[in-house]
Design a protein around this ligand. Structure first.
Ligand code: SAH
Length: 502
């Protein structure tokens, strides 16, 4: 069958894609339909056709096949409202009024329980299909969801809100902030986001008022003019400390508008750090390299478990504090430390996992590419009185092989008198989405730790790397997924691998 743009077709959705979009098939041709759910029979309009797959827009959810109901019972309009389709697909009314336009949450229309089931299945499918893992040999622990201890709402401790000028009903331009509509750069004005920390609304509104009062324009991407590009906010979940950083297309703020901003923001309870980040490039990258400190400290602090962390605007810090603690505890559990181990934490960020492990290890080495994060990691070790953690800056695939090469490998590698830097009993990796570099996996093999704990934010690259580690003699023993991003499509996974005697 030939498909063309704007054609309307009926199909049944049978799966969810990586971004939470429904996937259905017509004559073997896959169609991605945002907002549609597995089990639903729908009418969709084709928007874009590629050779083997296409994208379609959800027009109508049709009555369940064979249930005898007709479109005349109120389900006939172009709607995604619940009630018409099979009840067990898990469709719920999204909490956010702008959920369908906003590019942020992709799964708000699916019940939280079903979201967790979908994520768990995604991890399992990847490990089986791409990783070729024999699941009968694996201890599969249930996904860690946000169920018992906290609501899966307002969980995000960090946001970067784009700011743009937009016309109101009278045609007057005003600065607005919110979120980019899916796949576009037009801003949907919302300050009251369902997944962001509740402190953010007030701060966003204060910044917008300040812009109006001081006549400071928002950035215009096309003309590369205007000032405020993004409002970056981070809040320490346990400390309540707040950091606000305005990303500006300027070297500083004119006149005394900086003081006016500080006056407004410093009054917000918990405000700890106010700054500017200079970004004058034509780029989609949010932060530039130069900071201008306006008020307070250059960092905020937060804690995970009993470890306190210092976080600067540039550093990576997990966005869901409640789930992060569960993730790290699981990594610690899978590392199974007795206190005598030398542990490597690769892609360590500000040393979050390293310090979590240090209390139960002999020595921890952390490696990370961002210099500011490594500075934070060192400070964090000092702050917590941890003396058995060391940090090195650079790409893990270069730094680790060099350290291993200089110091010998394996548990007894180095000379009797030199400290055996390359000794590794346990290696923890927590790479970005693209996964581990192949050179690093080769190096891990040379280091020959007894266990590898792989923390991953992308099940597909995790599975690819797990397969490589399998060929190097590491077998998957335990798997646990963790839902760091309720209502979004992504899932975090912790895998415990054990070295087999070959
Ligand atoms: N374990 C940390 C950070 C995980 S995010 C935490 O839980 O907070 C992944 C980290 O890998 C980021 O801090 C990123 O800066 C870092 N990174 C990316 N590429 C890298 C590379 N090639 N070598 C070392 N670190 C890298």
């Amino acid at each position: 069958m030939e498909f063309k743009k704007n054609q309307e077709i009926e199909l049944t959705i049978d799966d969810l894609g990586n971004n939470g979009e429904g996937i259905g098939h017509v004559d073997g041709y896959a169609l991605f339909v945002k907002d549609a759910l597995p089990g639903e029979r729908i009418r969709a309009k084709i928007m874009k056709c590629k050779k083997n797959y296409g994208f379609a827009r959800l027009m109508e959810i049709l009555p369940e096949a064979g249930d005898g109901s007709t479109a005349g019972d109120g389900c006939g309009e172009a709607t995604t409202s619940a009630g018409c389709a099979a009840s067990d697909v898990g469709r719920v009314e999204p909490k956010c009024p702008v959920a369908r336009q906003c590019g942020g949450c992709t799964l708000q229309h699916l019940s939280y329980e079903k979201q967790l089931a979908f994520k768990e299945k995604k991890v399992r499918d990847c490990l089986e299909r791409i990783g070729e893992v024999d699941m009968s040999q694996v201890e599969w622990l249930p996904i860690l969801g946000m169920t018992e201890d906290a609501e899966p709402w307002h969980y995000r401790n960090k946001a970067q809100f784009p700011v743009r000028m937009q016309k109101d009903e009278t045609g007057t331009m005003h600065p607005v902030t919110g979120f980019f509509a899916g796949r576009t750069h037009s801003v949907i004005p919302v300050t009251d986001c369902g997944i962001q920390d509740k402190c953010m609304k007030e701060i966003l509104e204060l910044v917008l008022t300040w812009m109006e009062e001081q006549n400071i324009p928002a950035y215009d991407e096309e003309k590369h003019r205007g000032v405020v590009r993004h409002i970056f906010i981070r809040r320490g979940y346990h400390t309540g400390e707040i950091m606000v950083c305005l990303v500006v297309n300027a070297k500083g703020l004119k006149g005394n508008s900086g003081e006016a901003l500080v006056k407004k923001l410093a009054a917000v309870p918990g405000m700890t750090s106010i700054s500017l980040n200079v970004n004058m490039e034509k780029t989609n990258v949010i932060l530039g390299s130069q900071m201008v400190w306006l008020w307070g400290k250059s960092y905020i602090e937060d804690s995970i478990g009993d470890i306190r962390y210092r976080i600067s605007p540039q550093s990576f810090y997990q966005v869901n504090p409640v789930q992060t603690e569960k993730l790290y505890r699981t990594a610690l559990e899978f590392a199974d430390l007795s206190g005598d181990e030398v542990v490597w934490d690769l892609y360590c960020g500000i040393g979050t996992i390293s310090l979590f492990l240090a209390r139960q290890a002999k020595k921890v080495y952390g490696v990370e590419i961002v210099p500011e994060a490594i500075e934070n990691a060192k400070e964090n070790a000092r702050l917590n009185g941890i003396e058995n953690a060391e940090f090195a800056c650079g790409p893990a695939e270069e730094v680790v092989p060099r350290m291993v090469g200089e110091n010998g490998v394996g548990s007894g590698g180095a000379g009797a008198n030199s400290e055996n830097l390359a000794k590794a009993d346990v290696v923890v990796v927590d790479p970005p989405r693209k996964g581990c570099d192949a050179v690093l996996l080769d190096t891990i093999e040379k280091m020959a730790p007894k266990r590898v704990v792989y923390v991953s934010c992308d099940p597909a690259t995790l599975a690819r790397d797990v397969k490589v580690l399998g060929e190097k003699g590491y077998q998957v023993e335990k798997v646990r997924a963790c839902d760091m991003f309720p209502h979004g499509g992504h899932v975090e996974t912790i895998v415990g691998l054990q070295k087999q005697d070959m």
